[in-house]
Design a protein around this ligand. Structure first.
Ligand SMILES: CC(C)(COP(=O)(O)OP(=O)(O)OC[C@H]1O[C@@H](n2cnc3c(N)ncnc32)[C@H](O)[C@@H]1OP(=O)(O)O)[C@@H](O)C(=O)NCCC(=O)NCCS
Length: 175
């Protein structure tokens, strides 16, 4: 993940539908990730597989029947009450309309019914847009928003920013 510093104010209301992905969406998700010029672009196979195997923890936003954004996530194996968000992207033409925030809220709502109470993600230090996005979701849901070191740049074999862990968690209640 790296920085997206241009946020455009919405000029028109978009009619957006939100739904679980299917394997047929994998190709378009790969395209949106590639077009973002920001995300790590994984193989097309990984997006098709993800949409097939992790559909319940992922979401697609579409306009006029065409996906314009997605969130891919999974429940941590060691703690299924935590939804780990892998990637979020919205097509450049549809940014600034609240689509990313709505996808995260709707996905969180859906996963809460499965027992999820917290959301984690990793963000590179220079990706202000992503930090703001998750902070906004945390604030709206009354969740604690915390950053921790996770992966250092020298853990990656290629040129890659560090990836910090961001936690959106219920406030700790003193016993
Ligand atoms: C980051 C991204 C997903 C945001 O999508 P979006 O639909 O435009 O975001 P939203 O309109 O839902 O905005 C959600 C919040 O983030 C903030 N935000 C969004 N883009 C921002 C930017 N470029 N700079 C600062 N804040 C930004 C909004 O102000 C909003 O905050 P608010 O709720 O307090 O008003 C989109 O810019 C994108 O796809 N970027 C490329 C991929 C990427 O960086 N993904 C994140 C890392 S995986």
């Amino acid at each position: 993940m790296s920085p997206v510093q241009t946020s455009t104010a919405p000029t028109t209301a978009l009619a957006v539908d939100y739904r679980q992905p299917t394997a047929d969406d994998g190709e378009r998700l790969w395209e949106i990730a590639s077009d973002s010029k920001v995300l790590d672009v994984n193989s097309s196979y990984s997006y098709v597989l993800w949409c097939h195997d992790f559909a319940t923890t992922s979401i697609v936003a579409e306009v006029d029947g065409r996906p314009v954004g997605f969130v891919t996530g999974y429940r941590r194996q060691t703690d299924p009450s935590t939804l780990m968000v892998w990637q979020v992207a919205v097509d450049d033409s549809c940014r600034g309309h609240g689509i990313a925030g709505t996808m995260l809220h709707r996905l969180f709502d859906r996963c809460q019914r499965l027992g999820v109470v917290a959301m984690h993600t990793t963000i590179s230090p220079d990706n202000v847009a992503s930090q703001r996005l998750f902070e906004s979701v945390a604030n709206a849901r009354g969740l604690r928003f915390e950053r921790r070191d996770l992966f250092a740049a020298d853990q990656f074999p290629d040129a890659h920013e560090p990836e910090d862990l961001y936690l959106l968690e219920p406030e700790l209640v003193e016993p």
